[in-house]
Design a protein around this ligand. Structure first.
Ligand code: 0FX
Length: 243
């Protein structure tokens, strides 16, 4: 019988909710409740999810929780210290801890060359910081953008869950405390990157890296100001390897 049986999933990512459900649904004797942030109307009204999702406010609701294990699968909310000190909380994180902890890790890995990948770790009071249960590196190629790197990372997150879920539920996993603190990026660091100064001098490598790090599908990230009209002009790049 599993050690943890009453599980809360908090997620703002439909892809990971589906993947997690596919992995855990066949396991007998485990009760899972799926939740997302109250402002996530896209998930709360989604019709293509295999499980019902309800809104949860970690800050307001945590003292009433009666779960024995909590998974964060890309959750927009911070876990209160009181909760992480009381209940086992595990984070599936789209970065290779302790490098580029925090906001959009692959964006920063493209820029600073730190390892990119996925990590499953225990949550402690600091951001993306607790003991590591499993992690896997992805290689960022010269033709990757934030989006293509992120897609590889999400695949890794699912692989890691597949390989480690039973050990987590049986509480038989081993964990490692990272040897260093690494580095943390916040939303404001990402926002700062998005404003391009037309007079900034960069090597071509730096310029391409900056633009591909800010290219992520439909997101309007990098921008500069049109010197004539003062309008904001958004820019992304297309990279293609020779076939
Ligand atoms: O699931 P997720 O990767 O993000 C979620 C939470 O929204 C976020 O607050 C939390 N830090 C993270 C661990 O989990 O989805 P997302 O759509 O917010 O971001 C996915 C990628 O999309 C991100 O790595 C970079 C890109 N992106 C996202 C936004 C919102 C952009 O390039 N620009 C953006 O404005």
């Amino acid at each position: 019988m599993y050690y943890y049986k009453n599980i809360l999933v908090v997620s703002d990512n439909g892809f990971l909710i589906k993947a997690f459900h596919d992995l855990i649904a066949p396991l007998q004797g485990v009760q899972v409740t799926y939740t997302c942030s109250p402002q996530n109307t896209a998930l709360l009204t989604a019709t293509n999810l295999p499980v019902p999702i309800r809104a949860i406010s970690m800050k307001a609701d945590w003292e009433q929780f009666n779960y024995d294990l909590i998974f964060s699968l890309h959750c927009k909310q911070l876990f209160p210290a009181g909760l992480v000190n009381k209940t086992k909380c595990i984070n599936v994180h789209p970065g290779f801890n302790p490098y580029n902890r925090g906001w959009f890790p692959q964006v920063f890995s493209i820029l600073n060359g730190h390892t990119a990948g996925a990590t499953i770790h225990e949550i402690d009071e600091q951001l993306d910081h607790g003991a590591i249960i499993a992690q896997r590196e992805i290689k960022i190629e010269a033709y990757d953008t934030s989006l293509t790197a992120y897609e590889k990372i999400q695949q890794c997150e699912v692989e890691l869950l597949r390989e480690n879920l039973r050990n987590i539920l049986f509480n038989t996993y081993t964990k490692t405390v990272p040897a260093q603190e690494g580095n943390v990026n916040l939303k404001k660091d990402f926002n700062k990157l998005t404003r391009l100064d037309l007079d900034e001098k960069l090597t071509m490598r730096e310029a391409i890296d900056r633009l591909r790090a800010l290219t992520h599908g439909e997101y309007k990230n990098a921008w500069f100001t049109d010197p004539t009209t003062q309008e904001r002009i958004y820019i992304s790049v297309n990279l293609e390897k020779q076939k």
